[in-house]
Each structure stands twice: as C-alpha cells, then as structure tokens.
Design a binder for this molecule. Structure first.
Ligand code: NAD
Length: 399
C-alpha cells in the first residue's frame, strides 16, 4: 500500500469513529435530567446481595441501614427492596449477564446497593458471560466512577470523580496502524461528557458543605481534549460561586498526593478517565485493605454503590464468609445515603465506621474465626450509633 492509500484507509476508519462519537453526543444531549431525590417518595433502594461473601456483608449493611433509617422507612420516604435473579447461578441459567427480569427490577429502583458479582472465567462451571458489573454500568449509563479515600489520622479526606465513559478509553480498542510504522490512538472528550461529571462533583461538594473542587488535566500539552475538559470545568464552576475551584496538571497532582503538607487541602477531585484510573489507585494505597473501601457508579437517572472488592470465593470455600469485613459495603452505603440527600445519617454512619474500624477497634475482624464476624461488627457499629456524643467521641480520635 502506498502512502496515499494508507491515508485514505485511515480517513475512512476515522470517519466511522467520528460518526459513532457524534451519535453518542446526540444521545447525551437527549438524555434525562438529573434525578431529584427530594421529590421522590419513596426513594427505592434496590439491594443486590451478589455472590460469595456478597450476601453476608450486604445483609450486615442492610441491618445498619434499617436501624439508621427507622424513621424514613416508617414514614415511607425510603424503601429497601431485594432484587433477585442476579447470582451467578441465576445469570448462568438465563445465559445472560443481566437477565431481563432482574434488569427491569433494577430499573424500577432509584439507587442500588450491590454486593460483588462473580464474573465467570475459563475453567469455571458457568457459561462465559460478560461481567454483570460492566453490563450494569452500560445499561444504566453510570458515567461517573466515584471513589473516596479517607485516612483520618493523616487528615486525608478525598473523593475522586473519575469520568467513566470517555477519554483515552472510549476508543481504546479502535486505534489503528496507519502504516507498519505509524500507530494512532484517539482521545475523546465531549462538552456533554465533561459537563455532567464536573457538575456531579460540584453538586456533591455543595450537598456536603465542601468548599473546594479541583480539576486535574494535562491541558498545557493535550490542548484540545483536556483543554475542553478544563474549559467546561471553569464554566460549570461559575454556577457554584461559594465553592473554590482550582486546576492542576496530572503530573504535579500525582506528586502533591504524597506531599503531607499539601494533600490535606484537596477535597473533591474531578478528572478524565485515564488520569482518574491512575490517581485513584495511587490514592487508595494510603487507605489500606480492599475490605475497607466502597465506590459508586453514578448516572443521571440511576446510581449503584458497591464494595471495591469481589466475591472472595476462597473465603467461602474455606467457610470464612461470615468473617468477611462488611466495612467495604457499609462505606458504599454511606455514599448512597449522601447521594440521596440523607447527609446527616451518612455522616453518623461514617463516624461510627471510623470509630469501629479505624480508631477504637473493640471488635476486630481478621477474616477468620479467631476474629469477629461481620454480624458482630455490625452490632458494634449500631451500638456506636446509639451514642449521643458520637461526634465528640469521633473528634476525640482526630486529635
Ligand atoms: P476478591 O476481591 O473477591 O478477593 C481477593 C481477596 O481479598 C479475598 O480472597 C480475600 O482474602 C480478600 N477480601 C476481599 N474482600 C474482603 C472482605 N470484605 N473482607 C475480608 N477480606 C476480603 O478478588 P478475586 O478473587 O479476584 O475476585 C473474585 C470474583 O469477584 C471474580 O469473579 C471477580 O470477577 C469478581 N469481582 C467482582 C467485582 C464487583 O462486583 N464489582 C469486583 C472485583 C471482582
């Protein structure tokens, strides 16, 4: 192939990609408005137990939620609803990553608390289904991956808003070799995609009384796409005059996260896909084990909250499922409460988790029978929630 032919072939390929991306923009433009939870009665919280240790830890998170939300549940403001049909056995039987009935049931909820779902791999007794998690994110258009990182002893209290559907990844498998020597990949940022993630980050700050949002790009070098992300962020920031907005380049941000003097100042951090992928892994290292971390996948209409870990089949095989740490999914439940506007309840739950899991540790989980069970930990959390001086007790540990 001569050079002219190679360029013509590349143009054709490029035209197809642009076509698909412009269609995506149109879909986003036509998309729904943000759900307004204050107008909903009841807010339906779908609960998916999941696989392996999932049902064990989810059950404990639900027990604490039922305790914490007694008033809201009695008054019909919040409804917790079990969503069946999503265990690996049920998905295998239906031969679908997301069986239709279960998907329809999920779509009747407003938010979802989800235990880990097993994804079949080679050698497993199930059909080679797509990951139900990936499928759920796509079906429910959950474009924001939200991951808090908290190390109270070090004054770290960050929350990352990583864009989940664009950047370097949306066409990650669609790059091409123009010739044997020239390889090209694509990065895509849209006004709509950038705006919805940045606005979500600001709304979180506003709802939770947080006074700072930082954007991370490399707009000094990647001028067009990161430039658009940054410009969009600056525009959105104008709608939130009470919140300080600043922007950082990703290289210096990676350095500042390890700078003990500076890092305490960061609060809400919003960033495109690849930078989010890298920085959230860096940040999670400060926090500790997977059993302690929750994350959220958020879209305009739906949102799903989960532990960052999987179904831990080995713990189940070894009879240790009851000893799995439920803090991960409880932290996810804290995020869920914040998302639906139950900020005070979220704060109480979070303080109780800090006290029980990080500071006081009167009931210690080891993942084995020599430590506490998840149920005992949940009892301890609920006992702590009863404390009328919860906040001052929590503050006492900060000193
Ligand atoms: P995993 O996260 O399930 O477990 C790895 C190890 O981490 C466990 O053996 C256990 O020692 C420890 N661990 C995890 N959670 C714990 C908890 N709450 N308390 C104490 N210890 C805990 O990783 P894996 O074995 O790679 O994945 C198992 C299955 O989960 C796979 O099918 C995978 O696809 C799936 N998975 C699902 C999700 C999700 O639902 N979002 C995420 C990751 C993995």
């Amino acid at each position: 192939m001569n050079q002219t032919e190679a360029i013509e072939r590349a143009k054709e390929h490029f035209a197809k990609l642009l076509d698909s991306q412009l269609k995506r923009v149109e879909q986003m433009k036509a998309g729904e408005d943000w759900a307004d939870y204050s107008e909903l009665k009841p807010i339906i919280v779908g609960v998916v137990g999941g696989d392996g240790i999932g049902p064990y830890i989810t059950k404990e998170a639900v027990r604490v939620l039922e305790y914490l939300l007694q008033k809201e549940i009695t008054e019909g403001k919040v409804q917790l609803r079990d969503i069946p049909g999503l265990t690996i056995e049920e998905r295998a039987k239906a031969n679908k990553a997301l069986p239709e009935e279960a998907l329809a049931a999920l779509k009747e909820c407003h938010v979802i608390l989800k235990g880990p779902l097993t994804t079949p791999k080679k050698g497993d007794p199930w059909p080679n289904l797509e990951s139900a998690n990936v499928s759920m994110r796509r079906e429910l258009d959950l474009f924001a991956n939200v991951r808090p990182v908290k190390v109270p002893k070090q004054g770290i209290d960050w929350i990352f808003y990583r864009e989940n559907t664009e950047g370097e990844y949306v066409l990650g498998s669609k790059g091409f070799n123009v010739t044997d020597d020239l390889a090209v990949d694509f990065k895509v940022i849209t006004t709509q995609g950038a705006e919805r993630i940045v606005r979500l980050a600001f709304e979180y700050a506003k709802k939770n009384g947080i006074k700072r949002v930082s954007a991370v790009t490399k707009a000094n070098v990647i001028k067009t796409t990161d430039g658009k992300f940054l410009e969009t962020a600056k525009k959105v920031a104008k709608d939130y005059p009470d919140i300080q907005f600043d922007d950082w380049f990703v290289d210096i941000m990676a350095a500042k996260l390890v700078d003990e003097k500076r890092r305490k100042d960061f609060k809400v951090i919003v960033l495109p896909n690849l930078y989010g992928d890298i920085l959230t892994d860096e940040a999670a290292e400060f926090q500790g084990g997977v059993g302690t971390a929750g994350s959220a996948n958020i879209g305009k209409r739906y949102a799903m909250f989960e532990a960052i870990h999987g179904s831990a089949p080995r713990m189940v095989q070894e009879g240790r499922a009851a000893y799995a740490d439920p803090s991960s999914i409880m932290r996810a439940a804290v995020m869920l409460l914040r998302h639906i506007g139950l900020v005070d309840q979220a704060k109480e739950f979070e303080m109780a988790l800090d006290i029980c899991g990080q500071f006081e540790k009167k009931v210690a989980l080891t993942g084995r029978a020599d430590g506490a069970s998840g149920a005992e930990f949940a009892d301890y959390v609920m006992e702590t929630l009863k404390d009328r001086n919860l906040e001052s007790r929590w503050k006492g540990f900060q000193r």
